[in-house]
Design a protein around this ligand. Structure first.
Ligand code: ADP
Ligand code: MG
Ligand code: MG
Length: 876
């Protein structure tokens, strides 16, 4: 016997996510709990990977196994595919290991054809319902198979409604729907070049294939990249007996959360629509009713549902997101999963579950997605500015946050404006669809005319932590002309508006925002996290302001203080340029003497802000030409200022020109050629530390001086010697016994390879994984964006190695350097200061290879703290 590729729901269970996908595993679990789940089976994710291995074909073996289970399902239900007495109709539903809402496709009412639908109409005595189901089936099947999007079919429906002079889809009668079915089939034939399949088995195999294929549709690929889901997982397919929410007024369909996904409040929360099917609720075809109204309309069903909801919540020990259908007064459960929620709700729920005794503090720490915290760390509206502003309208507060930006009308424009113009945009749409995901990602906020709290826009925005206000029916929008009106005002592309995702208010102006802070549930959870964390979290900060912000977010030091940014200030750049164009050491020393007091006071500010926590200061790193002007006018002005001939200045500038500045005269190479720069910087660091130490005897300052871009131990030894001679002299003259450390960045592969040698001189290593990635891959991070998309498409790389540490290649160098460094100097201090320091999966890697700290931008400090705690919990 080969591998088993198909499982009945009753053969599976909740722990089989990898094989059955999340949806399949939970359908199995609910079945085993005795809940009313329509019967069915799951085709495994392994069948999907096999399909791709076999060149996008379902093998005979797997087809035979599927047919065996179709027969089982027919036996269990007493219904048969294509039968005119009692036809079996099924849904074919995708479901990957990690939930990817709306990213892949589902087909309902499969098994209908021209003859079955008639029999079905007779059997149910409800031709309208039969033809409604039929047109839906053709519509979904065509959409999934042809991958053309639903727009065309919706247009046909709108035309039909217009022709009949009705507003709602429920007002179309059996004949109208029958005619629509014909139109849909004609469209299918036109596009596909073949008749719409009539044999239910052909329909099903086509649908299964289409679901497998949808694993690789562009929006699914993009979603995976955003959420670190490997493409190798594949999706499972669930084939399930249909139940019907569109049978009339005692039928309906809905979605519900066991707690409020926006705020976390413990209260059943949901929406439903009577006489509707599938995604009608989320697609916003009609305005849904709230779950409380179900209580009034059908208390028996409500009570049954309520009991199931909290049984499930207790069972999974987490907030549940469920789909249900009522068929002629009988309740069926169609899905449950741990619900997506906003960051604020995630914290509220985690704290409540701990207080309710349902989970431990440790579990609470593990259940929060660190990346989600990002949403809480961004600015909120300034309370006074918000009070002063008058809303032009309001709608549903679908996803909280403060958004202020320029109006755009398409997802493509959102991406374009944000990436090309660096604009902050708010996407305003009639409704969003899964194709819009990339543009939504680039938007500060999303405003939709249609759709409820569980609409696509709302669900996706909450998942992304993006502010969203949905269902603003007062808006009159003309997407083609790129204009909308609200509150008597007209808004065009590029106009500024603000959205308050917590109240649903819409403002026709830009509203000032203020910094976020950590308090309440957030603070409580971070304290729990800190108990489990062993990795320290430092910050990358170049100014006292950034340092102070990072301290508020819990930073335990500065891992990277760049010293060059300070020189771009208009008052300072002159002295810097003077230093650069100096013709000899004397001139250079004079210029450096002007820079010294400025640099010293910068460092004093930073030491003050860090309140005794360690600070790693990196010496001058960029190529010098970055400080000089490039165009004629600026050059002439500078020459005048420096009292130089324009020609001489030009000669200096052209002598600094490099073909490959990233690998040019920069980093410690500057200190090797101009040791006086290192001398000045050492003086500034040590004097600043001595001054601050004197003011704060309670602190124990140990300056950490970091030499960048070292590739050879001798160059480090040379620069270190300059540092030591300078520092020792100053400390001795001050009569102090201050200690200091000299270390290096590991950012050139040669440094990693010779780390045992380097460690003879370096007292600490800090992995500069931006440059290390750049030099290991051999592509520049400023240029890689141009071709990486092609690499993602061809699945050569799945992630941007500058955002997520390449653990296989770059990680191997890091591991090697850690091991070699420790061999020479067992107590060597190890950290990381590249962008990766704030990326959760990279933080986990740093924990596992035994670094002492990660350092990241101030806004990612809380994310790194939580990720470090999770890594420690996981490693145990
Ligand atoms: P998604 O992953 O996009 O949520 P689903 O597979 O859950 O897709 O299906 C989409 C919709 O179809 C859901 O609203 C679900 O409730 C409905 N649906 C799926 N299977 C059935 C079924 N067997 N009977 C009735 N409705 C179904
Ligand atoms: Mg769907
Ligand atoms: Mg679903």
């Amino acid at each position: 016997m080969g591998k088993k590729y198909v499982y009945l729901f009753k053969e599976g269970n909740g722990s089989m996510r990898e094989l059955l996908g999340g949806k399949g595993a939970n359908l199995a679990e609910m079945t085993n709990l005795g809940m009313p789940v329509p019967r069915g089976f799951t085709i495994t994710t392994e069948a999907c990977t096999q399909y791709y291995e076999d060149g996008e074909k379902i093998s005979d073996e797997i087809q035979a196994e599927i047919m065996h289970y179709v027969a089982e399902l027919e036996n269990m239900t007493g219904k048969k595919f294509g039968d005119l007495e009692n036809p079996l109709l099924v849904s074919v539903r995708s479901g990957a290991r990690a939930s990817m809402p709306g990213m892949m496709d589902t087909i309902l009412n499969l098994g209908l054809n021209d003859t079955v639908v008639e029999a079905f109409a007779k059997k149910t005595g409800n031709p309208r319902f039969a033809y409604d189901s039929y047109r839906r089936f053709i519509q979904m099947y065509s959409d999934v198979v042809m991958e053309v999007g639903k727009a065309y079919f919706e247009k046909l429906i709108d035309e039909m409604k217009e022709k009949k002079g009705v507003k709602l889809d429920t007002e179309l009668d059996a004949d109208d729907l029958k005619e629509l079915a014909e139109q849909f089939k004609a469209e299918y034939k036109k596009e596909v070049g073949a008749d719409f399949p009539t044999d239910p088995v052909d329909q099903m195999m086509g649908a299964v294939k289409a679901v497998f294929r949808s694993w690789n549709n562009p929006r699914a690929i993009y979603y995976r990249r955003m959420n670190d889901i490997p493409s190798s997982w594949g999706t499972a397919v669930n084939v399930q007996e249909m139940v019907f929410g569109n049978m009339g007024d005692t039928s309906g369909t809905g979605v519900a959360f066991s707690r409020n996904p926006a705020t976390g409040e413990k209260k059943l929360y949901g929406e439903f629509l009577m006489n509707a099917q599938g995604e009608d609720v989320v697609a916003g075809v009609r305005t849904p009713q709230t779950i409380d109204q179900l209580k009034e309309q059908n208390p028996a069903v409500y009570d049954e549902f309520y009991k199931i909801v909290y049984t499930l919540e207790k069972h999974y020990r987490d907030m549940q997101d469920m789909e249900f259908t009522i068929e002629e007064g009988k309740l069926f459960m169609l899905q449950t999963r741990n619900g997506k929620r906003t960051a604020a709700a995630a914290l509220q729920i985690a704290c409540d579950l701990v207080d309710e005794g349902m989970i431990t503090e440790k579990e609470a720490v593990s259940m929060i997605d660190p990346k989600q915290l990002d949403a809480l760390l961004h600015p909120q509206f300034d309370p006074t500015a918000l009070k002063a502003a008058k809303p032009v309208g309001s709608a549903l507060p679908a996803s909280p946050g403060a958004a202020c930006g320029q109006v755009v009308f398409t997802a493509e424009d959102a991406t374009e404006w944000a990436t090309k113009k660096g604009a902050k945009v708010i996407l305003v749409r009639l409704e969003t669809s899964p194709e819009d995901i990339e543009g939504m990602h680039y938007s500060q906020g999303i405003l939709t005319v249609r759709g409820g709290m569980t609409s696509h826009a709302a669900v996706v925005a909450r998942g992304m932590g993006t502010c969203c206000v949905s269902g603003c029916g007062e808006i009159k929008i003309d997407e083609a002309r790129k204009v909308f009106t609200l509150g008597g005002k007209e808004f065009h592309e590029g106009d500024f508006i603000s959205l308050d995702g917590s109240t649903g208010n819409i403002y026709g102006e830009a509203i000032k925002t203020v910094e976020a802070s950590i308090s309440g549930n957030f603070d409580r959870l971070m304290k729990w996290a800190d108990e489990y964390r062993t990795l320290k979290v430092r910050t990358n900060a170049d100014t006292p302001k950034d340092a102070a912000q990072a301290m508020k977010f819990g930073a335990q030091g500065i891992g990277l203080c760049r010293t060059e940014h300070m020189f771009f200030d208009s008052e300072r750049i002159a002295a810097m340029r003077e230093m650069i164009v100096s013709k000899n050491v004397e001139q250079r020393k004079t210029a450096l003497a002007k820079l010294l007091p400025m640099q010293r006071s910068d460092f004093e500010g930073i030491y003050e802000a860090m309140q005794g926590y360690p600070v790693t200061i990196r010496f001058l790193d960029p190529p010098l030409h970055e400080f000089l002007p490039q165009d004629e006018e600026d050059i002439a002005a500078l020459a005048k200022e420096m009292k130089m001939e324009v020609g001489d200045l030009k000669a200096v500038i052209s002598s600094l020109h490099e073909f490959n500045p990233m690998m040019g005269h920069r980093g410690c190479r500057l200190a090797v050629t101009y040791p006086e720069i290192a001398e000045m910087q050492t003086t500034a660091v040590i004097q600043a530390a001595l001054n601050v130490q004197k003011k704060h005897p309670e602190w124990d300052l140990v300056p950490e001086i970091m030499i960048p871009l070292v590739g050879e131990v001798k160059e480090l030894a040379y620069v270190k010697n300059v540092v030591v001679e300078t520092a020792d002299k100053i400390i001795a003259e001050a009569g102090s016994d201050m200690k200091y450390m000299v270390g290096t960045m590991i950012e050139i592969p040669r440094a990693a390879l010779t780390a045992d040698e380097i460690a003879k001189e370096a007292e600490f290593f800090s992995f500069g994984t931006n440059d290390l990635t750049q030099m290991t891959f051999g592509f520049s991070r400023d240029d890689a964006g141009n071709f990486l998309d092609a690499y993602y498409e061809k699945k050569i790389y799945e992630n941007d190695p500058f955002a997520r540490l390449d653990q296989i290649g770059v990680g191997k160098l890091v591991e090697m350097a850690v091991e070699l460094g420790k061999r020479t100097r067992p107590d060597i201090k190890l950290g990381i200061c590249g962008e990766h320091g704030g990326d959760p999966s990279s933080v986990e890697f740093c924990h596992n290879v035994g670094l002492n700290y990660v350092s990241c931008s101030p806004y990612r400090v809380p994310i790194a703290r939580l990720a470090a705690a999770q890594a420690a919990i996981k490693a145990k």
